[in-house]
Design a protein around this ligand. Structure first.
Ligand SMILES: Cc1cc2nc3c(=O)[nH]c(=O)nc-3n(C[C@H](O)[C@H](O)[C@H](O)COP(=O)(O)OP(=O)(O)OC[C@H]3O[C@@H](n4cnc5c(N)ncnc54)[C@H](O)[C@@H]3O)c2cc1C
Length: 460
């Protein structure tokens, strides 16, 4: 940093009200970590802008003094994304939390980046609409766009990149741009929406988002299907997808994770490899699809299937699934969470999960397997003892083993969590020369390397 903290704070207080600039130790600590095992590190100052203009002014100051800036949504990311390893300013977007416009006839909504997914859905329900992307944490839409998050419904509706029509972005020098428009399609210019979604705060600060929303389906049917093995469950999913059954959600939870679900959510679900499924549509059409689905799962040794049409029971089921990572965290006090996140072509998924289970066993690690299996994406949740270097080493070795397995089969090291610092070491192997293109984009948009430095790409 080319300036003192005092000079920086004075400059920030010239453009922001005093209560929106803080060096309070508790607040610095809250912004020093994410929800993962990555070690914390303090920012020098945290700011809470309320308008795009304020964000632009903050960026002008940061750029002038060459001070690192880390955008911060909810801090629920899992690869060290928001940890300010180079100090500097953390921009917390929690005060930019307004739903600005609901264009119900266009199925579009315009929001500030600090709006959370559940806040938005509460608002949309009044219009018979919903927003589809639902990561386990109640993340902010700014953070979700910045990580290209997805969730249980992505098999039908897609991830964040599929929902974004337009972003307002403040660039490193304070310039404000829009990356898209309101039209359903466009062939005009480079696809900047696609570039900024998933850029993890390294290219700009998102200050507004225009997103697609959907009508709440006329009929929703959820089910839990238990299988003798994870392999049977995964093969059943592949067959369901190959049969073209329009499934809206299909989540795998292995037996170890079902135990955590029951303990945390006070449910009494069978502790066997289980698929949580959901179908959206009209009653008559869905009944046919479900009969076909029942035949398919029976062919894959399904032991039992239970349906939930009742709203409360259905919500309980999905809440239990969403709370799974928290169930692990509570179930292993004192330990830290490492979550793997590979995503592969669907035909490779069963083999990849079997390989992960074998690798877990041979390294003597305890971990639960869960996944958005309809997308070819699965996670292994490991609870690490940070005081035991051997435990950390084995977990990292395991993570690397399954990443390599995925990359060798045309997959990715991260299906939805993003790169942060944790997945940086795999970028060259995954992207080859395309990584140089990414570096050039970063240099062009952020020549002083102030925006979330050393995330995704290592500074040279
Ligand atoms: C229990 C649990 C379950 C999870 N389940 C899922 C899941 O199912 N699917 C999934 O995809 N993820 C999941 N995650 C990871 C996490 O919730 C997502 O990555 C989420 O998108 C992060 O949102 P956030 O608001 O917490 O962002 P943060 O963690 O605060 O930030 C994430 C990244 O976005 C950047 N950023 C934040 N706001 C902005 C902005 N306004 N402008 C520019 N950059 C910004 C940050 O700098 C950082 O790089 C889970 C996490 C937990 C703890």
């Amino acid at each position: 940093m080319n300036t003192t903290i005092e000079e920086l704070i004075t400059a920030l207080r010239n453009v922001l009200p005093e209560n929106q600039v803080t060096i309070n130790q508790t607040i610095l600590e809250q912004h020093s970590r994410d929800e993962s095992y990555h070690p914390p590190s303090l920012p020098d100052v945290v700011v809470f802008p309320t308008t795009t203009k304020e964000v632009s002014n903050i960026m002008k100051i940061a750029n002038k003094y060459k001070v690192p800036v880390v955008p911060f949504g909810r801090g629920s990311s899992l690869e060290g994304h928001v940890i300010p390893y180079n100090g500097g300013i953390t921009i917390d977007f929690s005060l930019m939390n307004k739903v600005l416009e609901i264009r119900e006839n266009d199925f579009l909504v315009r929001v500030q980046p600090g709006v959370t997914r559940s806040q938005l859905n509460k608002e949309l329900k009044k219009y018979g609409l919903f927003f589809s992307v639902d990561p386990g944490a109640d993340a902010t839409l700014g953070g979700m766009a910045a990580t290209n998050a997805s969730g249980t419904t992505s098999v039908k509706y897609g991830g964040m990149r599929d929902q974004v029509r337009d972003l307002e972005v403040v660039l490193a020098d304070g310039t404000v741009i829009h990356t898209g428009n309101l039209a359903a399609k466009s062939s005009s210019g480079y696809h900047l929406n696609g570039l900024f979604v998933g850029s993890e705060g390294t290219l700009g600060c998102i200050t507004e988002l225009t997103l697609r929303v959907y009508g709440i389906p006329e009929y929703i049917l959820a089910a839990r299907a238990s299988f003798p093995s994870v392999n049977d469950a995964v093969k059943a999913v592949v067959s369901i997808l190959q049969a073209g059954i329009p499934i809206a959600r299909v989540e795998l939870v292995d037996e170890h994770s079902m135990k955590q679900v029951n303990m945390y959510s006070k449910t009494d679900y069978k502790e066997k490899p289980t698929l949580f499924l959901e179908f959206h549509g009209n009653e008559v059409g869905l009944k046919q699809d479900v009969e076909f689905m029942k035949e398919i799962v029976a062919n894959h040794n399904c032991e039992s299937i239970e349906f939930e049409t009742d709203n409360a029971k259905r919500n309980q089921l999905w809440e239990a699934r969403h709370n799974l990572a928290y169930a692990y965290v509570r179930g292993y006090p004192g330990r830290k969470l490492m979550v793997t996140d590979v995503c592969l072509p669907i035909s490779e998924l069963a083999g990849a999960i079997e390989h992960a289970r074998d690798a877990l066993n041979s390294l003597g690690l305890t971990g639960g397997i869960v996944g958005h299996v309809g997308d070819g994406n699965f996670h292994v949740l490991l609870m690490i003892d940070m005081n035991d270097p051997n435990d950390i080493k084995r977990a990292e070795e395991f993570n690397e083993t399954i990443v390599m397995y995925s990359l060798e089969r045309g997959g990715t090291c991260t299906g939805e969590h993003g790169v942060g610092v944790g997945k940086q070491k795999y970028q060259e192997k995954e992207h080859g020369k395309a990584l140089l293109v990414m570096e050039k984009i970063k240099q062009a948009l952020d020549p002083n390397m102030i925006l979330n430095p050393n995330k995704i790409l290592k500074m040279k």
